[in-house]
Ligand binder design. Structure first.
Ligand code: NZQ
Ligand code: ZN
Length: 386
């Protein structure tokens, strides 16, 4: 196991009815920007619950954060905070709203010219506006981590950044919120969280027995409850396990002391930036092909995964590993998620070259746990997704 230092300061309020306890977590005299998305919270009762909990606080609403949160819109929210001297953010939404809140929180105090450089040049975040979260869509884990992914439509870019200053202070996880989610979004949550675990697990063995078992446990839980929550979002037991599994998949715990490889996400983000494909679905397109290309480096963990998560006990390491990839792809497909790019767009000609070129331009010359997956490999991976 590698050395690590681990701190996660986010307080979790988990369970039905917990939104009502939000006010105890926010400073009494806070002047709050309440950030939300396209309006689902005004149709499913979450807005009323939040406003009731914030009763007596000064609240300025800012709605309209789109899926794949957009830089220009978030900058408008930064202006509102500055103009009205607000000092706290409450994000009510899924990953997009939470990530948007993180960016706003950092951009308010950004002193140089162009806050986009927080992403493009990975400028350090020196100060951040404190914020809390009411989660409405289990998927990203953003409610308990310090990362954020922001898009810029004008340049078709989608970039990530993070800072220890950007953990939410408190996140409310009420599993009943999934009842109003469209099926497509629930499926996205299952796939996204599943791949989050894979990105922190599918490298090479390091003797980190507990991290491996944590990761396998989350994957098994997602397999157990995935279909159930899609079929019946009112199944509270399944919804609770789903929500907590999504949070645990990306709150830092399972990545301590082990190598990670965020290559599937790195490539997937480009597919969202260019074609607008849902984040989770880009992962389903890329992951199987990525593991095929990186087979030699990952086969031992792939075989362990096949054995422990899918119960495949026969065959050589290579055979088990191949089955692990096949089972993963079949799982995505069983949820109704296509794993070929051509199922989403017919406009992919030249796309692989373009993305490989972007990787080269950004200096991403070697990704993966061994830093040896080159832009040429990315090209091959993408070509095999057509
Ligand atoms: O905007 P509204 O009207 O609220 O509708 C949203 C949106 O259209 C809707 N929705 C959310 N909760 C709902 C609901 N509809 C009905 N009932 C509810 N309870 O769902 C749609 C999608 O929401 P979004 O927040 O975009 O989805 P998700 O949580 O999957 O977030 C995806 C974003 O997170 C980033 C992705 O790249 C993408 O931009 N990620 C962030 C990560 C992180 N910060 O750690 C890690 C992830 O890998 C991911 O990259
Ligand atoms: Zn993801």
């Amino acid at each position: 196991m590698k050395n690590f230092s681990y701190k996660n300061p986010t307080k979790i309020l988990f369970g039905e009815g917990q939104i009502a306890n939000l006010s105890e977590e926010i400073p009494a005299n806070a002047k709050i920007l309440m950030l939300y998305g396209g309006g689902s919270i005004k149709r499913n009762g979450i807005y009323e619950q939040v406003m009731e909990a914030l009763n007596g606080c000064e609240v300025v609403e800012f709605g309209g954060v789109p899926a794949n949160p957009e830089y220009e819109i978030l900058m408008n929210a930064v202006s509102v905070i500055k103009e009205q001297n607000l000092d706290y953010i409450l994000a009510v939404g899924g990953g997009s709203v939470i990530d948007g809140a993180k960016f706003i929180s950092a951009a308010v105090h950004y002193k140089r010219e162009e806050p986009w450089d927080i992403l493009a040049k990975r400028e350090e975040v020196e100060k951040a506006v404190p914020f809390s979260v009411v989660l409405t869509l289990p998927a990203t884990g953003s409610e308990m981590n310090s990362g954020s992914v922001i898009s810029r439509r004008a340049t078709k870019e989608k970039l990530s950044f993070g800072s220890p200053l950007l953990f939410p202070q408190c996140s409310v996880l009420d599993p009943t919120v999934i009842q109003s989610l469209p099926k497509r979004q629930i499926v996205n949550g299952v796939v996204d969280s599943f791949v989050h675990v894979l990105e922190q697990y599918m490298t090479y063995p390091t003797g980190a027995a507990l991290q491996d078992r944590f990761a396998e446990g989350i994957l098994q839980t997602l397999l157990e409850v995935g279909e159930k929550v899609v079929a019946d979002p009112k199944d509270y037991v399944a919804a609770s396990n789903f929500m907590w599994a999504c949070t645990m998949a990306l709150n830092g715990l399972i990545s301590q002391g082990v190598p990670t490889d965020w290559g599937v996400h790195g490539i997937g983000h480009e597919l969202t930036a260019l074609f607008g494909i849902d984040h989770a679905r880009t992962l389903a397109i890329v992951a199987p092909r990525y593991y095929e290309l990186c087979f030699e480096y990952k086969k031992e963990k792939l075989a362990q995964y096949a054995e422990r998560v899918w119960g495949i006990s026969n065959g050589t390491i290579e055979e088990k590993a191949m089955q692990g990839i096949a089972k993963t792809e079949q799982f995505f497909q069983s949820l109704g998620v296509d794993t070929k790019l051509s199922e989403y767009t017919k406009d992919y000609e030249g796309m692989a070259e373009k993305i490989a070129h972007r990787f080269t331009e950004r200096g991403w010359l070697g990704i993966g746990e061994h830093r040896n997956v080159t832009p040429d490999d990315v090209l091959l991976i993408l070509k095999s997704t057509y």
